[in-house]
Design a binder for this molecule. Structure first.
Ligand code: G3P
Length: 215
């Protein structure tokens, strides 16, 4: 499973990239709004740091606007992936971009048929939002499992990118379900390597060693 960081914060992206196992970045309008910086400028900075796929979302909701903004975003760097919503206009733009050879990430996916349609339109990534489904008493992981099965049944190459990941157990479930990618906030990435027994065990190893070999 590939690991992307879900943020537009450059310090977090640099810190995650320093781990040496980061595969890409996802951004969205809410994340860029938190940074209060021009979206294009920040994308260029991100692409300097991370060479894997960097998802850049359009703000427009109509087909022509999506095409215009998506083409501008795609010019920023060769690793930009144009992020489009799972709507009728988003589907059409996905097909048009894929015909032009531009990679897309179809976001705000909440049901299996959205994932099936965008795969038919040539999406590079589909982003089911698992945490937001859990928030409304649905089962986000069930959606990941079903999309995985549909894509495998028909050999669709579209990658399943689990988004709206909130905690390490989501990551465990994503990996077991065969998600291709998980995009994760920085605080969750930090939690992935944490275990109290690791900390306690390390503390005891060092204490035992120092007792046996003082100074
Ligand atoms: O990748 C999608 C993500 O940014 C949404 O996460 O936690 O706002 O549902 P969340």
């Amino acid at each position: 499973m590939d690991l992307y960081i879900d943020t537009a914060n450059l310090d977090e992206i640099k810190a995650a990239n320093d781990l040496g196992i980061l595969d890409g970045v996802t951004t969205n309008p809410s994340l860029i709004a938190k940074e209060k910086i021009d979206y294009g400028k920040r994308l260029a900075q991100i692409c300097e740091v991370v060479k894997g796929p960097v998802s850049a979302e359009v703000i427009a909701t109509d087909f022509d606007g999506m095409m215009r903004e998506g083409r501008e975003r795609a010019k920023i760097a060769p690793n930009i992936v144009v992020k489009l919503p799972c709507t009728i206009d988003g589907l059409k733009a996905c097909k048009a971009f894929s015909d032009e050879g531009v990679k897309t990430n179809l976001t705000l996916c909440f049901q299996v048929m959205q994932a099936w349609m965008v795969a038919k339109a040539g999406a590079f990534l589909v982003s089911p939002f698992i945490g937001r489904l859990d928030d409304v008493s649905e089962d986000g992981m069930d959606l990941i499992q079903k999309i995985r099965q549909v894509y495998d049944n028909y050999g669709f190459p579209t990658k399943v990118l689990a988004a709206s990941v909130r905690h390490p157990n989501h990551m465990v479930q994503c990996a077991l379900a065969g998600a291709d990618v998980a995009t994760v906030p920085f605080n969750v990435i930090q939690q992935l390597l944490k275990h109290p027994l690791t900390d306690a065990g390390l503390e005891k190893f060092i204490a035992d060693y120092k007792k046996a070999f003082p100074g």
